[in-house]
Ligand binder design. Structure first.
Ligand SMILES: [Zn+2]
Length: 284
């Protein structure tokens, strides 16, 4: 586990077991706000013991940036806190949470004790939280998933972006255009730094280039995959589109980005093929 101090009383915790997934805490004069949890119980418990040492009051809120289990698995370890998320996050966990947790437990015994804990407070558009000396602004950032949100810490202007900002955008569960739109929203929010759902903290000076390269990446993969679909190329042709030819490095997240990239291509390929079918019929 890696712990970083991002600003006074704001810390992030990154898993060194699973995809550098990152959670955060904000210590206020009236208690603590947690932003996402970590995949494995012993990782979330490490956060908890740090909070217990440093908190100036109870843990009041746990905010989920989206429903994916690597961010929500630890919800149940905060019984005293209220869980806050987008309405669709609660709906997704309600519909799929138990089933996907059961599957994950089969693969990974370390998850045996995990329980689904649903969000208590949900919102649809924007939300503000004022606690002690801190104010947070919560806003939808759909694309990676429909239920994704960002959390802006006012004052320091630190944005917890969840998986809306990643070293390589990941659109397998979501939507390419919405992902691009949310990256523009992040840019318009003018954060001083961005905590990505996975990977390193982005500082203000890096942010513009990083967002530009992700927007370019989305455009390039769209164009390349569309060309293959139009040529009638088989799915296996996707393997030739390497991540560097789409303007991204293969290094971040210990190389996991290459896997995310190939999954993106596969998802896009099947989406664009679906779209093509009615067009062909219309020609006849
Ligand atoms: Zn995710």
């Amino acid at each position: 586990m890696r712990r970083d101090r991002v600003a006074e009383d704001i810390y992030t915790f990154s898993s060194d077991i699973y995809a550098q997934v990152t959670a955060g805490i904000i210590l206020t004069s009236e208690g603590t706000i947690v932003i996402d949890t970590l995949p494995f119980p012993h990782e979330t418990r490490e956060m908890l013991s740090f909070i217990k040492q440093h908190s100036k009051g109870p843990i009041r809120y746990v905010i989920n940036t989206h429903s994916h289990s690597d961010h929500t698995n630890g919800n149940y370890l905060f019984p005293e806190a209220e869980i806050i998320a987008h309405r669709l996050c609660r709906e997704t966990l309600l519909q799929w949470g138990e089933q996907s947790l059961a599957e994950a437990k089969r693969d990974n015994p370390a998850l045996a004790e995990v329980e689904i804990r649903l969000p208590d407070i949900v919102f649809e558009h924007d939300m503000f939280i004022h606690l002690g000396n801190r104010s947070l602004y919560l806003t939808p950032l759909p694309g990676h998933t429909q239920d994704s949100i960002g959390v802006m810490v006012e004052g320091d202007r630190i944005l917890f972006a969840g998986d809306a900002v990643l070293p390589v955008p990941y659109i397998v569960w979501g939507d390419l255009d919405a992902t691009a739109q949310s990256l523009r929203t992040v840019r318009a929010l003018k954060p001083e730094s961005v905590v990505q759902g996975h990977g390193v903290l982005l500082l203000k000076g890096e942010l513009a280039d990083e967002i530009e390269s992700s927007l370019r990446y989305l455009q390039i993969i769209h164009d390349k995959v569309q060309k293959l679909v139009q040529e009638g190329a088989p799915e296996s042709a996707l393997a030739k589109i390497d991540i560097e030819s789409c303007g991204k490095s293969r290094v971040p997240l210990d190389g996991l980005v290459q896997y995310l990239h190939q999954e993106n291509l596969l998802a896009l390929y099947s989406q664009l093929k679906q779209k093509e079918k009615p067009a062909k019929k219309a020609k006849r």
